[in-house]
Design a protein around this ligand. Structure first.
Ligand SMILES: *[C@@H]1O[C@H](CO)[C@@H](O)[C@H](O)[C@H]1NC(C)=O
Ligand SMILES: *[C@@H]1O[C@H](CO)[C@@H](O)[C@H](O)[C@H]1NC(C)=O
Ligand SMILES: *[C@@H]1O[C@H](CO)[C@@H](O)[C@H](O)[C@H]1NC(C)=O
Ligand SMILES: *[C@@H]1O[C@H](CO)[C@@H](O)[C@H](O)[C@H]1NC(C)=O
Ligand SMILES: *[C@@H]1O[C@H](CO)[C@@H](O)[C@H](O)[C@H]1NC(C)=O
Length: 429
């Protein structure tokens, strides 16, 4: 009753009805702090001046539309006006997407696309492991979910406990289900129970790491297995998900190609991508354990990994535990799948030339490269502003240095605000 009253109060004073007529997104104010623990909220924290937020706006409207029929309320809060919200949730960058559920809140770090954000909310909406009680639910499940984990067996025992705790740890990142052999029926190849599957690209693969009875051993193998299996066989790699892919501790094998603004790909690029994809599709058993394949359509991302201008199309392999990267010697356009396989073997036996890494020198070089690229793209975007931003301070600085003895003050960072918050997100992942 009390909560109903509060809710009505909120409606009345902060008029979100007017807003939701045009879009399903609820415009929130400081009053949100009184009610955010009631129900489940998906909230975008934004600032009016932030360009990334503006780009997210249409996506956010779609997300709200999509989740309208669920119990999740979708809102957004202008953190420059309602600073108490920003303060309460310790917002450090814009946009920040949060899922709120009672006392808990989860920050979204993936790709800012409708499907990814909706899936994030739907996962957190339910318990970490959802039970499937009807055979025909599997039809819907296979249709709606590209990837999910499934435990078949009773909700008791060591494997169940570990499955549940792993599901809890990966709740924002994957869908986890549980069912019984009779219900699963022909949908998954159950031979004995308990068994854990991952479903992707129409196939159920089982977990085979529980041939031991040692708790820590199974926990570790299950944890690592879920962590590595939660990606599709050949995902599109972006700024949003690459940090998650780095956690797999596998080698990332990335086809770098060019995609235009409306996501069209030229036929030679497409051919190259298909050739790389065919390797993992045909020889999954051989490569799956040590290599995660994928493709990038983002030149900036590829350049910043290679710390150089990469040609298109090309292939780049990253050892995610050491941060080394490998680039084949052959001209990328002439690469064949056989040549790539030999290249991958050289990487495995440590005879391929490697670049980058985690040393201090590489880090400095990387910083210099990033600064250079940022400046270059700022210059391309708006030369006048760039000159004003960097030219004027430099002019003053040189005037000061002219007259006085000049100490080492030239290395002060002068990054753009938005850039800065982005980077801090990336580093912390
Ligand atoms: C898991 O898969 C392997 C290979 O497909 C199979 O030999 C094994 O029996 C399966 N285990 C279970 C418990 O289904
Ligand atoms: C379980 O099986 C894997 C591969 O089949 C093997 O490497 C591992 O040593 C086995 N673990 C135990 C504890 O038997
Ligand atoms: C299982 O392993 C993960 C990762 O190594 C760890 O974070 C977690 O605490 C472990 N769980 C249990 C119940 O020991
Ligand atoms: C990454 O490099 C390290 C050191 O060379 C090596 O031990 C590790 O196996 C490599 N990772 C993969 C997935 O091959
Ligand atoms: C590494 O693998 C390549 C390709 O299979 C092979 O030609 C080479 O002899 C191997 N090197 C070592 C040191 O095993």
């Amino acid at each position: 009753m009390v909560s109903l009253f509060k809710f009505a109060f909120f409606l009345f004073f902060y008029g979100f009805i007017a807003n939701s007529a045009a879009s399903r997104v609820i415009e929130l104010s400081d009053r949100f702090l009184d009610i955010h623990k009631e129900g489940q909220w998906l909230v975008m924290m934004y600032a009016p001046w932030c360009a990334h937020c503006k780009r997210l706006d249409p996506v956010w409207a779609h997300v709200a539309q999509h989740l309208y029929a669920t119990s999740i309320k979708v809102g957004r809060a202008d953190c420059t006006r309602f600073t108490a919200i920003a303060h309460n949730f310790k917002i450090r960058g814009y946009p920040t997407i949060l899922f709120l559920k009672g006392e808990q809140y989860y920050e979204y770090n993936g790709d800012r696309t409708k499907d990814e954000i909706v899936n994030f909310a739907l996962r957190l909406n339910g318990p970490p492991v959802q039970e499937i009680t009807k055979t025909h639910s599997f039809h819907t499940l296979k249709k709606d979910r590209d990837l999910y984990f499934l435990y078949v067996g009773d909700r008791s025992g060591l494997l169940w406990d570990l499955y549940h705790s792993t599901a809890h740890a990966f709740h924002p990142h994957a869908f986890f289900y549980q069912s019984h052999p009779v219900i699963v029926d022909k949908h998954a190849p159950v031979e004995s129970t308990p068994v854990i599957f991952v479903y992707k690209e129409n196939v159920h693969y089982n977990f085979t790491g529980h041939n031991s009875s040692e708790f820590n051993y199974i926990n570790k193998t299950l944890h690592n297995w879920v962590n590595a299996e939660r990606f599709s066989t050949f995902p599109k790699v972006t700024h949003g998900n690459i940090h998650q892919l780095y956690m797999t501790n596998k080698n990332l094998v990335l086809a770098v190609i060019e995609e235009n603004a409306v996501e069209n790909i030229a036929s030679d690029m497409l051919e190259f991508r298909e050739m790389v994809e065919s390797i993992i599709r045909k020889k999954r058993d051989k490569y799956h354990q040590h290599f995660q394949f994928g493709w990038i359509a983002n030149n900036d991302l590829a350049n910043s990994i290679a710390m150089a201008q990469v040609s298109l199309p090309s292939l780049i392999v990253i050892n995610t535990s050491t941060n080394h990267h490998y680039i084949p010697d052959d001209e990328p356009g002439k690469l064949t799948s056989d040549a790539i396989e030999i290249f991958l073997e050289h990487i495995r036996n440590d005879t391929a030339p490697k670049y980058g890494g985690k040393s201090i020198l590489v880090k400095i070089y990387r910083m210099w490269f990033e600064t250079k690229s940022t400046l270059y793209s700022m210059w391309n975007g708006n030369p006048v502003l760039t000159v004003i931003l960097f030219g004027l301070p430099l002019l003053f600085l040189s005037l000061i240095c002219w007259g006085t003895f000049c100490p080492d003050i030239l290395d002060a960072g002068d990054d753009e605000e938005e850039e800065d918050t982005n980077n801090s997100h990336m580093k912390e992942d």
